[in-house]
Ligand binder design. Sequence first.
Ligand code: ADP
Ligand code: MG
Length: 772
Amino acid sequence: MAVRQNVSPHSYAGHVTTLRDPLTQVLGKKASDTFEKVFGLRTVGDLLRHYPRRYYTRGELTPLDSLSEGDHVTVLAQVAMTSVIGANIPGQRPKAPPGRGPKQRLEVIVTDGTGKLQLTFFAGVGFHAKQLKQGALALFAGTVSSFRGRRQLVHPEYELLPVSAADDRMTTELAEEFANELIPVYPASAKLSSWTISRHIDTVLETLDAGEDPLPAEVRAKHDLWPRELAIRAIHRPTDRDDLRHARQRLKWDEAFTMQAALAQRRHAAAAMPAVPRPPSEDGIAAAFDERLPFTLTEGQRSVGDVIAHDLACAYPMNRLLQGEVGSGKTVVAVRAMLQVVDAGGQAALLAPTEVLAQQHYRSITALLGPLGAAGQLDAGQQATRVALLTGSTGVRARRSALSDVFTGDAGILVGTHALLEDQVQFADLGLVVIDEQHRFGVEQRDALREKVAGSRPHVLVMTATPIPRTVAMTVFGDLEVSTLSELPAGRSPIATHVVPAVERPHYLDRAWQRVREEVAAGRQAYVVCPRIGDADDDGDGADTPEPGPGPDTLFDDAGEGEGQEARRPPLAVLEVAPELAEGPLAGLRVGIMHGRLVPDEKDRVMTAFAAGELDVLVSTTVIEVGVDVSNATVMVIMDAERFGVSQLHQLRGRVGRGRNAGLCLLVTEAPPDSPARERLDAVAATADGFQLSRLDLQQRREGDVLGSAQAGRRSSLKLLRLLADEDLIATAREEAAALVGADPKLADHQALKEAIDDFLGDRRAEFLDKA
Ligand code: ADP
Ligand code: MG
């Protein structure tokens, strides 16, 4: 392999650039300020991780018909024609006196051999005309606009390239570049062109000494990986595609390995913390609870339960993620774990993401416990405990009594929202924290609850209904052990999902409302979901974050961006659809509304009424997305379904078919057939497998969005690694990293790796590692 060496008159012997050097030191203030402003790059390492977006092969021009208006592009193209327009032509009568009249402009048509693109220059006409002669080859950069229906670049920046080795513009330097077959094209902006970036990278590479390799030699040898410096040089200046492949593979490993080593360190530190063991007891409240259960536990519930029971009995904290399909019965698993802790003299807290969910958990847990949860009352069971509820809207008196029960230990279980995190909430002996629907919470919330235990750590169980592909679990939740409930309780009927194309087949929609009426006539209930609330300060996204606290976390919490048709009507809104239905197709039915901006009391009242069957139809936003459990609800009609993300739709439909009766979900959409939006909906209709859908979801979004704030490092940490495509690589890197950290937890003998982790974590290092 031959990596091009840059020999420049500016380099001088003995001067060495390292990855951690500030850019100012190498490029000077002006250039480095621009890099910082445009791309947030500060160090040499940052710049070298600004990898080319693609590589042009000479002779292979950019397809010009694939450019879209508004894009900032860098294209490789050849000049087909150059004409000066509006010029006063010598020998002819001037069209206008010099300096007046219509201004001259230069129009250049460039081509990729088939497609064409127009370049227009209004200034420097003579100069550019001389440069851009017919046949000239250049990189052109600019923002694509449109003029009289033709795409064009106005005043593009350009960089001429020699057309052949015999080109008269050929200097030594250019000749060298010419020998280089692959032309790197960097993510660029109007302020910083690809070739300017390229030149600065050259400057940095001249004196670069990347230092010790963070990846141990054994690991490199075992997995056939290039040394780091070689890979860094090759990804910027590849000789051929083979170079590139090696370079990328190695640099992907850097990302995966560094991240996994950081996570392994965190797991290691967590396991070193003391926790109070909470072993199960033979004849406690947990055993009494099992006896009371109105159903048999599924195989999965039983085996995951055993694993958790074992974890809780250990003297170091459990950190477990329980993932399971919607309706797989996670709550029961959690309650059994909480009761084991209560048996062992401790308390458990259940943290729910919304008021509605907290209230529902409270209701269903007290119902499941029956007399076992009524300590202090006459009919209480012998081993009874108390369940307390605490949310933002808990009244003063109820709040005081909940706080007191929790403080004295009379309440074995506390259910609530973020209100649980407040300082005033003090436990007698918090032994277990259960977090429902983790994707709404970040690591910070877990930490806040952990801190309520002095001297040791509570056990932590995180539950999520969004099935997570293996590698996402390994990265986002890399410090957690993962258990999965894959089967649904027996007797659960599958949910049938159909797409209702409201435009091509309006009668399907009529039929949908008729189905709702039929279900209601049979004594069952329905949801109608809309993307928007529709009140005065509705910003149109209908995303509900009813509780103050962390903003919606980004993991799978998609706002369902539709495909950009111009001038789309606003999404349908609860407050508009509900009255229309009540007066039209659903006239005579009892229609209620539910959304995030109802006051908490009202939310509770509506949910209670719906659960009690006092409402037939609930028109709602996605506030019902997670966990809402009304088993008599059998139909869900989702309006403007294309506005929701794949995983979100899957979550939503999980609200129906929770009982013995078959569930039906209708995805109403105006998206045209064959549009990407429609394909997504078809996919949701075609499969009930949440894992498959979450992969689809992940394919459609950038990793950064997925990792969001839950990710360990800075958003920009993952450049090359793709969570789905690189699954195997990540899994292997994880094993290697775990082995290395196991042997050298402080990385005392792996200084370079330690530094790489520091760089990877950036500002978040302290919270990430020290709060493990
Ligand atoms: P999710 O995993 O979506 O949170 P839940 O815990 O809310 O699911 O359970 C869904 C419903 O299934 C609840 O009504 C629950 O009581 C019921 N359920 C849980 N486990 C079983 C089981 N083994 N057999 C029958 N029904 C069950
Ligand atoms: Mg649940």
